[in-house]
Design a binder for this molecule. Structure first.
Ligand code: GDP
Ligand code: GDP
Length: 455
């Protein structure tokens, strides 16, 4: 499971600055769902090939009233959700009563915590390291979030407590090994004998996830159910459909109670993000009656970032008239063009309409995501593409793309070797991506292209 790290501390210590540096993105998932304030941000971060989830929090000042109280509550919630906490203090401001209160809370909760003294560009780092020792959390790790100082040493400590395999599982991107021409790429995940294809059912609250899970399980043979899980964990439900094995990753928290399944858990962003990370295929559920809303786009953006195979289910299609349906279809075309590789199904989880068809897309996207394309095939496609449309000249020399091989799967990673590859324009990469997609007939999965130069 991907580790979750929360950034906690008083307002203004530099949490957002660190968050942005770690996630290197401005479009983090800002939680605005019912019950969550907009002050909690979630983002995917990578360090030395390891993936983790970062939560930024509003901040705890110690004298909360009104909106501040809400913020503090959210910070406490984030602490509960996290596997480890980066507790940030401000070395310019020195230790405050609020810092002591937070330290006390972390000790009480027995959370893995790392004391981080930010803004050491303004003071002597050695002083900053020792200054906060009265907090009882040992020496501080000195950093300057705004300038990127000390970040590696901090992450080495904080991520060091998690088993490395876990962090790497399901994330091959960025760590594709150099594979010689003709050699088989390594570490390509396939469906495990036991679990089959892992499908995560994802979507905002109330779009119909639990109803869909019930519907899918109600019709099939459930092998195991009611696995123990904490509030934070999704439930993994293996089942069979015909000859095929699947495992549903249920974020809605449907559990078997007697003869029926019922929702026992509220929506959790961490749960959602982890389920996406752990899945082979995501079934992304949307509510046709609400159309595409901002949070759908946020979550879809995250799915795209992780590279998981994707199937979109537009739920509650029942009872809509043709005018409404046309409107929704136009809207989908317009706003979901960035995930246009995914199949879209119009379903009614409540009545079961269209639910069976989801499996065909799940199978197809998964196959696309894990097929091992031979180097000769990929190289041929590359050569044809280059012939059809040459890469541009750079300083009077033409970019040379020589051969391509597979560097990973789910999502497929195509590694292209050549000269001056750092100068390949985005538009040309997109052209190659579209060509690979078309010729290999890939559906339902994003693909990644990586270049290797120096030959
Ligand atoms: P948050 O409220 O904890 O999220 O804090 P912010 O990230 O918004 O930062 C508060 C202020 O501290 C901003 O003006 C930042 O520019 C500044 N800041 C953040 N990191 C550093 C740092 O490493 N050095 C210095 N000198 N200022 C910083
Ligand atoms: P979740 O929060 O995403 O798990 O959503 P639920 O499965 O709890 O569904 C939220 C509400 O939408 C419930 O009242 C469901 O009965 C209703 N619902 C779910 N699927 C459908 C559907 O296909 N059609 C209609 N009309 N209502 C649905």
């Amino acid at each position: 499971m991907v580790p979750v790290i929360a950034l906690v501390g008083r307002p203004n210590v530099g949490k957002s600055t660190l968050f942005n540096r770690l996630t290197k993105t401005r479009d983090a998932i800002v939680a605005e769902y019912a019950g969550l304030t907009r002050d909690r941000q979630y983002g995917e971060a990578k360090w030395q090939g390891r993936t983790y989830i970062v939560i930024d929090t509003g901040g705890i000042s110690g004298d909360e009233e009104g909106i501040d109280a809400k913020m503090a509550e959210q910070s406490l919630q984030a602490i509960e959700e996290a596997d480890a906490v980066l507790f940030m203090v401000d070395s310019r401001a020195g230790m405050t009563a609020a810092d002591q209160m937070i330290a006390e809370h972390l000790r009480k909760r027995n959370k893995r915590s790392f004391l981080v003294a930010n803004k050491v560009d303004t003071v002597d780092p050695d002083i900053a390291r020792a200054e906060f020792s009265p907090l009882g959390l040992g020496d501080a790790l000195p950093i300057a979030a705004a300038h990127g100082r000390g970040i590696n040493a901090m992450l080495e400590q904080a991520l060091g407590i998690f088993p490395k395999d876990n962090a790497e599982e399901g994330e091959e991107e960025g760590e594709a090994e150099v594979v010689a021409e003709g050699e088989e790429p390594k570490r390509i995940p396939g469906p495990s004998e036991k679990d089959g294809i892992k499908i995560a059912i994802i979507g905002r609250p109330n779009v119909g996830k639990s109803t869909l899970v019930n519907r899918m399980l109600g019709e099939e043979r459930v092998i195991v159910y009611d696995q123990a899980g904490t509030t934070r964990d999704s439930i993994y439900i293996p089942f069979e459909r015909g000859e095929e094995k699947y495992t549903l990753i249920d974020t809605a928290g449907v559990r078997r109670r007697g003869k029926i399944f019922e929702a026992v858990e509220k929506f959790s962003v961490v749960k959602t993000l982890q389920a996406i990370q752990d899945a082979n295929v995501v079934i992304f559920v949307m509510d046709a009656r609400e159309g595409v809303v901002e949070h759908d786009l946020n979550l879809l953006g995250f799915v795209l970032e992780t590279g998981r195979a994707l199937v979109i289910a537009l739920n509650k299609w029942d009872g809509m008239d043709s005018g409404q349906r046309d409107y929704v279809k136009t809207e989908l075309e317009r706003r979901l063009s960035f995930v246009d590789f995914a199949d879209i199904h119009f379903i009614s989880a409540l009545h079961g309409t269209g639910v069976g068809h989801l499996y065909k897309s799940v199978q197809a996207s998964f196959q696309s995501a894990i097929t091992r394309w031979p180097t000769s095939r990929l190289t041929q496609i590359l050569e044809d593409a280059v012939q059809e449309h040459q890469p541009p000249l750079v300083n009077g020399r033409r970019i040379k793309l020589r051969y391509a091989h597979l560097g990973g799967a789910n999502p497929p990673l195509i590694v292209i070797h050549g000269n001056q590859v750092e100068a390949v324009p985005k538009s040309y990469s997109r052209y190659l991506e579209n060509t690979f997609r078309r010729v290999l007939r890939l559906v339902g999965t994003p693909i990644r292209i990586e270049y290797k130069g120096g030959e």
